[in-house]
Design a protein. Structure first.
Length: 238
C-alpha cells in the first residue's frame, strides 16, 4: 500500500549517537530486549478505531530546549533516517535493528498496519527530527501479561539521536513534555509506563527526573525490567 509522502521535513540521515530507548539521555542505553509494542495483548481493543486519542493532532509542546512535536512515521519519508539511526553501533546493541532498511521496515510495518494500539513517531525539536518515539497502549500489549495493567495504561519508548544531545538531561525533559501531552489528551489514561533494563541506572534516573517512580522489577522474556510508572498526579522526584 502506498502511503502519502509528507515533505514537511527532509529525510536526509542525521548523525546518530548513543541513545536510550527508555531513558533518552542517560549515559548508558537501556537494553530493550525484543519487546515490540504492537503484538496481541491480553485484552481486546475498545470499540472504535482511535486507541490513542488523536495523537497525530496533538499540539506541539513547548520545552526549555525548544518546541517538541510528535509526527507519526510515514515509511517512505522516514525509513532512510530511522534505518541510519538504527545502524549506529551504540543504538544497534540495544534496539537490535541494524542492517538494511528492510530490518527497520520490518519493525515499523506491524505498527503502521496495525489497529493503532502503537504509533511510531518522529520527535521534531524546533522542526528538526532528533528522536524516535513509540507511544502505545500498554494495557493491550504483551507487557500487560507481566504487571497489573489498568485500562488505558500508556507506554513510551524513546530514542534520542545526536551526540551533542547526550548527557544534558534532554531525555528527561522530553519525557516530561510527552508525559504531559499524554495525560492532557488521554483523559481515560491514569498512568504512563515504561520498562527500562534494571541495570541501566542512568535510564531509571532519567525517568525519575521526569516524574516516574520505580513500581517493581518484572521478568520479561529477554531482560529484567524496572517498571517505571508516572501517575496522573506525578510523584515528586526522590
Amino acid at each position: 500500500m502506498t502511503r502519502p509522502v509528507d515533505r514537511e521535513h527532509p529525510a536526509a540521515p542525521a548523525a546518530p549517537a548513543a541513545v536510550d530507548r527508555h531513558g533518552g539521555g542517560g549515559a548508558q542505553p537501556a537494553a530493550p530486549g525484543r519487546h515490540v509494542p504492537h503484538g496481541p495483548g491480553p485484552g481486546r481493543p475498545p470499540a472504535g478505531p482511535d486507541l490513542l486519542d488523536g495523537l497525530a493532532d496533538w499540539r506541539p509542546a513547548p520545552t526549555r530546549a525548544g518546541v517538541l512535536r510528535l509526527l507519526p512515521v510515514v515509511l517512505e519519508r522516514d525509513l532512510a533516517l530511522l534505518s541510519h539511526w538504527m545502524n549506529d553501533p551504540a543504538v544497534a546493541a540495544f534496539w537490535e535493528l541494524s542492517g538494511p532498511p528492510s530490518v527497520t521496515e520490518g519493525h515499523l510495518d506491524p505498527q503502521l498496519a496495525g489497529d493503532g494500539r502503537s504509533i511510531p513517531c518522529l520527535g521534531l525539536l524546533d522542526g528538526t527530527p532528533m528522536s524516535y518515539w513509540e507511544i502505545y497502549r500498554a494495557d493491550l500489549d504483551p507487557l500487560a501479561r507481566h504487571y497489573p495493567a489498568r485500562p488505558h495504561d500508556t507506554g513510551v519508548h524513546l530514542l534520542v539521536a545526536g551526540a551533542s544531545r547526550r548527557g544534558r538531561g534532554l531525555g528527561s525533559l522530553l519525557l516530561g513534555a510527552v508525559s504531559e501531552q499524554i495525560l492532557r489528551h488521554r483523559p481515560a489514561c491514569t498512568r504512563i509506563v515504561a520498562e527500562p533494563d534494571r541495570r541501566n541506572a542512568a535510564s531509571v534516573a532519567a525517568f525519575r527526573r521526569a516524574g516516574f517512580r520505580l513500581a517493581a522489577e518484572v521478568a520479561l522474556p529477554d531482560k529484567t525490567a524496572a517498571l517505571m510508572i508516572r501517575d496522573r498526579s506525578p510523584c515528586a522526584p526522590p
